[in-house]
Design a protein around this ligand. Structure first.
Ligand code: CU
Length: 142
C-alpha cells in the first residue's frame, strides 16, 4: 500500500550519460545537493547555491552545459543581505539577469541562457571586497 511515492524520488541523479563534468573535483562536501546541476523535464538545468552569514557562495563554482539555466540562491543567513551579479564584460557572453537583493531567509530564482563555453565570474556586489565571488563555467557541448 505504501509503495507509490517511493519511485519518483530517486530519478534526479543521472545526468543522461553526458561526460562533460570531468575535472570537477567535488571536494567531498556532505551538504546535500548544493551546486549539483540537475536537468528538469523541460530541459532546463537547475542549480542551487546558498549564502550564509559569511561572505561566500556555497559552492562558489559550478558547471553547466550550453542551454537554459535556472539558478536559485538561498540566503540562509540571519543577518546578512546578499545579491548575485555576473561580472559585466568578463564572461564569454553577457548575462544580464541577476539577483539584486536577497534578504536573510529569502531565496530567489533566475532563468537565463548560455551558449558560449567559458567562465563567467559572479559576485555579491555588497561583499566583493570581502571575497564573495564565484565562477560559473559553461562547458563545451558534446
Ligand atoms: Cu554578500
Amino acid at each position: 500500500m505504501a509503495a507509490l511515492g517511493a519511485a519518483a524520488v530517486v530519478v534526479l541523479s543521472g545526468c543522461s550519460g553526458d561526460e562533460s563534468s570531468g575535472g570537477g573535483d567535488t571536494s567531498s562536501s556532505a551538504s546535500s545537493d548544493l551546486g549539483a546541476v540537475t536537468v528538469a523535464e523541460d530541459g532546463v538545468q537547475e542549480v542551487t547555491l546558498q549564502t550564509q552569514d559569511d561572505y561566500v557562495f556555497t559552492p562558489d563554482r559550478f558547471t553547466v552545459a550550453p542551454g537554459k539555466v535556472r539558478l536559485t540562491v538561498v540566503n540562509v543567513a540571519e543577518q546578512m543581505t546578499h545579491n548575485l551579479k555576473f561580472d559585466e564584460g568578463e564572461g564569454p557572453e553577457p548575462i544580464e539577469t541577476g539577483i539584486d537583493f536577497l534578504a536573510p531567509g529569502q531565496e530567489m530564482t533566475i532563468d537565463f541562457d548560455v551558449t558560449v563555453p567559458g567562465d563567467h565570474p559572479f559576485t555579491c556586489t555588497f561583499h566583493t571586497q570581502l571575497g564573495q565571488v564565484g565562477t560559473m563555467t559553461v562547458s563545451q557541448e558534446g
